[in-house]
Design a protein around this ligand. Structure first.
Ligand SMILES: [Zn+2]
Ligand SMILES: [Zn+2]
Length: 483
């Protein structure tokens, strides 16, 4: 048994699991698509040796190359000699959607994430059409997908986009994978699901029938187009549905926005949603994987969600799981906050107060007298020499404050300066007056162990809100106080 195959957790509690003959085989059959049939757990794996000119072909999973690339290529060639009739075209598209839903609503949201419960007829339908998409058995698919969620972007993620877009789309299937590398996941619930177990056991029959025979029978018996059904609704439809759903692993981790969390690769984008029957809101999905929805807004494209809701109305699906809006909005607000912090960090808010040198009042007055254009507001000294000529209130007005405590003048004594003026003033600050500023008060409080904390962002930068600048004094006090 490959080491990453979950050793059924149920064995300890479920007596039927002690009987090996009744236990579903954890080792995928050699004939199962997307598996390396020659896998021997104790032999060094080919992926342990570097790819060279001599051994590269040993690294390739040729069965998958044939299934994913070879068959579609033959289908494309055969399509040249096979006319496409309207009825077959409509059938191929309809069957494309059905088999796509088998993956998105069945394999993914029902079995991999148990985001809702399905009645037996719906389960059988989803296991059948999902098999027709030719992407492996539910058991195999859901196990890898759970590992993908648990170990996103790490070495244990079976289709990590960190290894490249092409790798996450196809490479992980075309190149042999060391099963020991894939993260462990619990699939005991799937081993208990009779539909899953049956589909896994009879996977090749399901694939052959639902992938090729059934679509051919429909168009053959329905309107006599046997060859068209085989090529278009069978082979080429498989190719399109495979490529579309592979986009969830590649495109959904590469293209779009990250409204909920940007620490990992999953992203939201309408193009991915259009291609994948609504699986494109992948940033949301990775944050809330057991939610039956991918798109939470009514206007977003998520036909998989619509189908599940329709099945609920028909009594086929129940217990649809949904995260509270409160939880969803919290994630969104935190991410917005993070973006805001990044934007704030790029702006010049002036030298942080606690990094400014402390000046004596007399020293400040002296320097101003000697010609430096210094102005003190709320205990903070500003060098306004470059700004005097641009002062909207005129040179004379600003010059009248030089060398004085201009707190009251600035805060309404002469003119109630705007929020922008306070922000601009903070970029000119060069020192604080001893005993006259909140930094001094703050430092004294620290010495006396009083807890005065400024609101800071993730990077430790102080957040200065509008109207909260140190120079903003709500009720200007007598200017002499600063001295
Ligand atoms: Zn993902
Ligand atoms: Zn998922």
């Amino acid at each position: 048994m490959p080491s990453h195959q979950p050793t059924s957790g149920m064995a300890a509690v479920d007596p039927t699991y002690l009987d090996m003959s009744k236990r579903p085989n954890a080792q995928a059959k050699a004939s199962e698509p997307n598996r390396n049939p020659d896998y021997k757990p104790n032999k060094p794996h080919i992926t342990d040796t570097p790819i060279t000119k001599k051994n590269w072909h040993k690294h390739v999973n040729w069965l998958n190359v044939f299934l994913i690339g070879g068959i579609p290529l033959m289908g494309c060639i055969a399509a040249f000699w096979t006319p496409l009739t309207l009825k077959t075209a409509i059938w191929a598209v309809a069957y494309y959607f059905a088999t796509g839903l088998g993956i998105t609503a069945g394999y993914h949201r029902l079995w991999a994430h148990t985001s809702y419960k399905a009645s037996l007829p719906l389960k059988i339908f989803l296991a059948a059409v999902g098999g027709g998409a030719v992407e492996g058995s539910i058991r195999w698919w859901a196990r890898d997908h759970r590992a993908h969620h648990r170990y996103t972007d790490t070495e244990k993620d079976p289709y990590s986009v960190r290894k490249g877009l092409l790798y996450s789309h196809l490479g992980w299937m075309i190149m042999k994978q060391n099963p020991k590398r894939i993260g462990r996941t619990d699939i005991s619930d799937l081993n208990d699901d009779q539909v899953v177990v049956w589909q896994h056991k009879h996977y090749l029959t399901v694939v052959a029938f639902m992938g090729l025979i059934f679509p051919t029978l429909v168009s053959g018996l329905g309107w006599g187009d046997w060859m068209g059904g085989f090529i278009y609704a069978g082979i080429l439809r498989i190719f399109f549905v495979q490529q579309a759903t592979f986009c969830v692993n590649s495109l959904a981790h590469w293209l779009g926005d990250q409204p909920f969390d940007d620490r990992n690769s999953p992203r939201d984008h309408v193009i991915t949603a259009l291609v994948t029957l609504g699986e494109g809101y992948h940033n949301f999905h990775h944050e809330f994987p057991s939610d039956y929805r991918n798109a939470i807004e009514w206007h977003q494209y998520d036909p998989t969600k619509w189908s599940i809701v329709l099945w609920k109305w028909l009594g086929l699906a129940y217990d649809l799981k949904q995260f509270r809006n409160n939880e969803i909005q919290k994630g969104k607000v935190q991410q917005q906050q993070k973006k805001l912090d990044q934007k704030r960090a790029q702006l010049d808010w002036g030298v942080p107060l606690d990094q400014l040198p402390v000046m004596e009042w007399d020293d400040y007055v002296e320097q101003a007298k000697n010609g430096r254009d210094l102005i003190a507001v709320a205990g903070v000294v500003h060098d306004v020499s470059d700004f005097i000529k641009d002062h909207p209130g005129g040179r004379a007005m600003i010059k009248s404050g030089l060398g004085k405590d201009a707190t009251a003048i600035f805060n309404g004594g002469v003119y109630m300066h705007s929020n922008a003026a306070h922000n601009l003033l903070s970029t000119m600050r060069i020192g604080v007056i001893r005993g006259g500023c909140e930094v001094e008060i703050w430092k004294r409080a620290q010495r006396e162990n009083k807890d005065i904390q400024y609101v800071k962002d993730d990077a430790g930068n102080r957040i200065v809100r509008a109207g909260d600048q140190v120079t903003k004094v709500q009720q200007p006090i007598a200017s002499a106080g600063a001295a």
